[in-house]
Design a protein around this ligand. Structure first.
Ligand code: ADP
Ligand code: ASP
Ligand code: MG
Length: 406
């Protein structure tokens, strides 16, 4: 008997009507004789609503209590879906992350899964039940509720699929697969039948929120067959696969972007050994993640140092830099929290020169100023002003031949 893990995201379970539709879909699969484990997200908007409530009480809500609060969103959905299955005469049982022992570390609000005890799930499946598990949550070794970071239900699904050695893990969402770029920004985006783990990992880490990055990492590591499909319409979706043959490789497979970044510059710092660490260590000590970094040399033996952080950390980082600035006798601190990072991704670019120059020319032709650049073997990222996001994505999409045929 085949084992499938199905995950339904927030929009797919956003109303009672949709939950009933999802239940029909699950029942159909179960009736074909497959074992089905379902992972659910909170109903759409619920995690944001709960976050808003917490922030009305505390500026920086206590992270342990935040996890207790946020985990309730998924708990509501799992119970409602289980009821909808019962209503269809389908045997089902729902569990929180803690109940099925999704053991995590204790990094509240972005915990990592360590281990899953799948005994209870297997016993239920043997009894012919559909097992519904709340996504996005686990429990630490002391029994505290933890959550896995935004989009974390994807990771719950993949981790369960790995633990159960499932035949496939299906991520059902509001688009019918992974596209060359977010179809909400470029309606000419093309659905991909397949994408490699490497590219998907890069796309996810560069801002394509269709899959949480940890889910892709997990699937790659434990060899989980992962597919992204629509909850609303039939189709095969997109399969995440291992590397394709040389022949099939597109130069660029997709364009990702991230609106969640902000950039900061500390100008006129002395160009001496140890300066980078004096700037970045106090930022890292506050658990602020740093993304792109650029250091320039000026004529007068001072340098300008620029880096990006998550937009939520912008003000906090700026305050830290003001202190560092006076300690280092630097000139001043400036920042911009209305920038975006746009990246082109493709394993095919490894063996091709001139991709970067094409990218820069396309942006120049549109009059878009590039503020920062970073590259790796399979991606090129640029930071530009937020107002150019749509224009830049669409121009690059066209220039690299990604537009779908009319
Ligand atoms: P869910 O609630 O089901 O987890 P998400 O909102 O997390 O759904 O992810 C689906 C969304 O991801 C889509 O609605 C789409 O706007 C966005 N997205 C971003 N990049 C891509 C891409 N390359 N392909 C498909 N969808 C993308
Ligand atoms: N409900 C959580 C979120 O909105 C987890 C998820 O949907 O994957 O981020
Ligand atoms: Mg998601």
């Amino acid at each position: 008997m085949a084992v499938f893990v199905y995950k339904f995201g927030g929009t797919s379970v956003g109303t009672v009507e949709r939950i009933k539709v999802v239940a029909e879909k699950i029942k159909k699969a179960r009736d074909q004789g497959d074992h089905i484990v379902v992972v659910v997200s909170a109903m759409s908007g619920e995690t944001n609503r709960l976050t808003g409530l917490a922030e009305e009480i505390q500026f920086h809500p206590n992270s342990r209590e935040m996890d207790v609060l946020l985990s309730t969103g998924e708990q509501v959905t799992m119970a409602l879906l289980s009821m909808a299955l019962h209503e269809l005469g389908c045997s089902a049982c729902s569990y929180t992350g803690g109940q099925v022992k999704i053991l995590t570390d204790n990094t509240h609000t972005k915990a990592r899964i360590r281990e899953i005890d799948d005994l209870k799930i297997k016993q239920d499946l043997e009894k012919g039940r559909v097992v519904v598990v709340a996504g996005f949550q686990g429990v630490d070794e002391y029994g505290n509720i933890t959550t896995l970071g935004r989009g974390g239900s994807d990771t719950t699904a993949v981790a369960l699929a790995a633990a159960l050695k499932a035949d496939e893990c299906h991520i059902y969402t509001d688009v019918d697969g992974v596209y060359t770029t977010d179809p909400r920004v470029e309606p000419k985006a093309r659905k991909l039948d397949k994408i490699t783990f490497e590219e998907m990992l890069e796309m996810a880490s560069l801002g394509s929120k269709v899959l949480q990055i940890r889910a892709v990492e997990f699937a790659g590591k434990y060899n989980v067959a992962l597919r992204v499909l629509s909850s609303f319409k039939e189709g095969k979706g997109t399969l995440i696969t291992y590397e394709e043959s040389e022949m099939e490789r597109a130069l660029i497979s997709g364009i990702a972007f991230n609106r969640d970044e902000a950039k900061l510059t500390i100008a006129g710092v002395p160009d001496l050994p140890g300066v980078a660490s004096k700037i970045l260590c106090p930022v890292a000590d506050e658990n602020i993640e740093i993304d792109m970094i650029i250091q320039n040399i000026a004529d007068d033996a001072t340098t300008d140092f620029t880096f990006t952080v998550h937009r939520n950390d912008y003000q906090k980082t700026k305050n830290i830099l003001e202190t560092v600035c006076s300690e280092l006798n630097a000139k001043h601190v400036t920042g911009d929290d209305s920038i975006v990072k746009i990246s082109i991704v493709g394993v095919g670019m490894r063996s091709h020169a001139g991709i970067a120059s094409t990218m820069f020319k396309v942006l120049a032709d549109e009059g878009i100023n590039i503020r920062m650049i970073s590259t790796s073997e399979i991606k090129i990222s640029v930071v530009v002003d937020e107002k150019y996001l749509e224009l830049a994505v669409r121009a690059l999409h066209k220039a690299f031949g990604l537009d779908k045929e009319e």
